[in-house]
Structures are given as C-alpha cells and as structure tokens.
Design a binder for this molecule. Structure first.
Ligand SMILES: [Ca+2]
Ligand SMILES: [Ca+2]
Ligand SMILES: [Ca+2]
Ligand SMILES: [Ca+2]
Length: 360
C-alpha cells in the first residue's frame, strides 16, 4: 500500500487592466527557458515545518498554513512524506516546472509554468524503476526507483495535460510569483486523484540554476466547500487504508469486526469495548489498532468522513482565512515545499511567447 499525493499548479493570475499600476508584473518573453522535474515534495508534518511553507494568503500581514499544521496529527501514524516521495520516485505522476527568466539572481517578469506530466507515459530514456518490468508494489521484487529524476530525463507532455502559468520577479535569487489561483491535483490514495483549487496562491523558487531549484514552495488557501466535498473524504480513505493494511486478514479490502478484534487482541464485539480491552502484543497490529481507536468515533469498523470530522483533527479542519472579505472565514491555508532537478520537455505555454500580467 502506498499513498500518493502530488501537486500541480494552475495559476490564472488576474491581469492588471490598463497597465497603469506601478506594481504590475508582466512576463518578459526575452528570458531564457529552463525546465525541471520536482524530485522532492516536502509536506509539513508539524507546526514548525508548516511555518517553513506558510504564506500570507489573506494579506493581513500574518503568514498562515493551517492545513499543514493538521497534517502533523496524521503523520504520527502515516509517513506522509515517505508516501508522497515514493510516488514521485515511481513516476506516478511527474510535476514539471518551466521557468522563463532573464536571470536567476535578479529578473523582472519571470514566468513559471507548472505542468502535470502524463502519468500514463513513463520516460523511456531513464525509466522510473529498474530492472525493466519490475513492479514496486510487488513485495517479492526488488525495484530501484527514481531513475527519471537524474536531471537529464526526457518527459512527454500530453496534449490535454494541465499546464498553468505564473509571473513574478526574482530578487536576490528568490523568485516569488504574484498571487493567483493554483489548482492542486492530489492523489492521496492510489487511483483516486482529487482536485483542489488553491486561491490567493503563490509559488516561490530559490537556489535556482539551469539544472536545479534547490528550495521551492507553493501555497494558498482551499475553499471550505472543497474541504468538505473532497479533502475530508480522502483523508478518511487514507486513514482507513492505514488500518486495513494491517488488519484486513482475509484480504478483501475491508477490516471487519473479527479482524479489528484480532488486530486489537480483544474478544469484545462493541468497537468501544474492543479499544478499551485492546491487548495486542504484535507492535505492528498495535499501531493499527491504536490508530483505528483514535480515529473511529462511532460504532462501526471503518474510518469514514464523519469520523474525521468528529475526531481529533475535526476541530482544526475549519476555515482560517476570509478570502472574499465578507467577514466570514471561508478557506483554509495550505503550503508545501518542493525541490527540482533538470528535465527535458516541451513546455506547453512557455515554449512560445505568452502575454501575462499580474498585480504584484
Ligand atoms: Ca494572513
Ligand atoms: Ca477483511
Ligand atoms: Ca466509523
Ligand atoms: Ca468570506
């Protein structure tokens, strides 16, 4: 079992209108194009690391990363970064970045395009996993993955690939985009990607060279309606999977009563009583039992969306910023880090001249 979470950015920064504003940034098409693939994503797993990737989403002078704080609660039982970066190494999928810049240390009107590589098309010059034909999900095989993250791999960008363009300035080696919308495609559990739109979002890049982005981050805020409709159910799936991985003894994909009993070393039948009488000496099963008991809040044997809302993180899964200025908080801030190495591909937008301006 692996958990996939990847992010793609789609930025549709609002154009500044008549160009009279002194803070408007417009893309400089005279810049040189460099292309990268993200070789590392950094998901905040505690309040301290969340601070590293926080942005002032609502413009009140304080930076925030509320969802990043919450992921720390889940990361006690789930290796979020391990899962995400395993997925990156296995090439499912790729997060590609293209930058058009007149310089890496100081430049105005730098363009940053963020592209989701076609997951169905693995690079052929440097396949993600070797030896050929090996399946990283098959525990009987020994695979070495991440071969496509060597800095010189050619990627195919399919015609229908999401590709989005931001513009910003680079000052002191630090590229910061203007605010826009960043659409995230998040695959927390295999085969079930969810789309989340980050509003008031920015992408940053530091330690930029032709072959690497040494330190980057992106963040914005997810509308509460998206959290309810997509994020919470996916968090529930992720948590339930972590229990089922260990407690699904018959392999049907569900942990039934008898299996939870066995996992917790209890003969009780009521979920509360199973958890109270848990006496499992197998540490692996004990972890799964503990996790189930912490997150399942009702009288059944699985962790569902309502359990997440009623559980330890529920109180935190609430809006922390007011994006539309009506006085009611309506979105939740979120930011992550990334690193990237060189890659070869045709950027859908930046390979040709583009017209894009945004308010700084
Ligand atoms: Ca703020
Ligand atoms: Ca089962
Ligand atoms: Ca439940
Ligand atoms: Ca509001």
């Amino acid at each position: 079992m692996k958990y996939l979470l990847f992010l793609s950015a789609s930025v549709m920064a609002a154009c500044g209108g008549g160009g009279t504003s002194s803070t408007e940034i417009c893309l400089d098409n005279s810049g040189s194009l460099t292309t990268y693939v993200a070789n590392k994503l950094i998901i905040p797993t505690d309040a301290l690391s969340a601070e590293d990737f926080e942005f002032d989403v609502d413009g009140d002078g304080e930076a925030e990363n509320a969802l990043g704080d919450i992921l720390g609660l889940a990361s006690s039982a789930i290796d979020v970064n391990g899962s995400v970066n395993t997925a990156l190494a296995e090439g499912t999928p790729h997060l590609l970045l293209a930058m058009k810049a007149t310089g890496f240390s100081t430049a105005k009107g730098t363009g940053m395009e963020v592209i989701v590589g076609d997951t169905a098309t693995f690079p052929t010059d440097n396949p993600p996993c070797t030896p050929a034909g090996c399946d990283p999900d098959d525990m009987t095989m020994t695979c070495t993955c991440g071969g496509h993250l060597n800095g010189s791999t050619t990627f195919t960008v399919a015609g229908n690939t999401a590709s989005n363009l931001l513009v910003g300035n680079t000052i002191g080696g630090n590229f910061v985009s203007a605010q826009g919308t960043i659409d995230l495609s998040i695959e927390i559990t295999p085969g079930t990607p969810i789309d989340i739109s980050l509003k008031n979002a920015r992408i940053e890049a530091k330690q930029i060279s032709e072959t690497t982005i040494g330190a980057g981050r992106l963040g914005g805020a997810i509308l509460q309606t998206d959290i309810e409709a997509t994020l919470i159910p996916q968090i529930a799936n992720l948590m339930n999977s972590s229990v089922t991985d260990e407690c699904d003894l018959d392999g049907d994909g569900i942990s039934q009563e008898a299996e939870i009993q066995a996992c917790c070393g209890s003969t009780e039948t009521d979920p509360d009583e199973i958890c109270k009488s848990a006496n499992q000496t197998n540490p692996t099963n004990q972890d799964a039992c503990d996790f189930y008991c912490m997150w399942n809040t009702d009288d059944d044997f699985n962790i569902a969306a309502q359990d997440v809302k009623d559980g330890p993180a529920g109180a935190f899964l609430s809006p922390d910023v007011d994006l539309d200025g009506d006085g009611t908080k309506d979105a939740m801030s979120f930011g992550i880090g990334y690193e990237a190495v060189g890659a070869v591909f045709t950027a859908p937008k930046l390979s040709a001249d583009q017209t894009l301006c945004a308010a700084d």
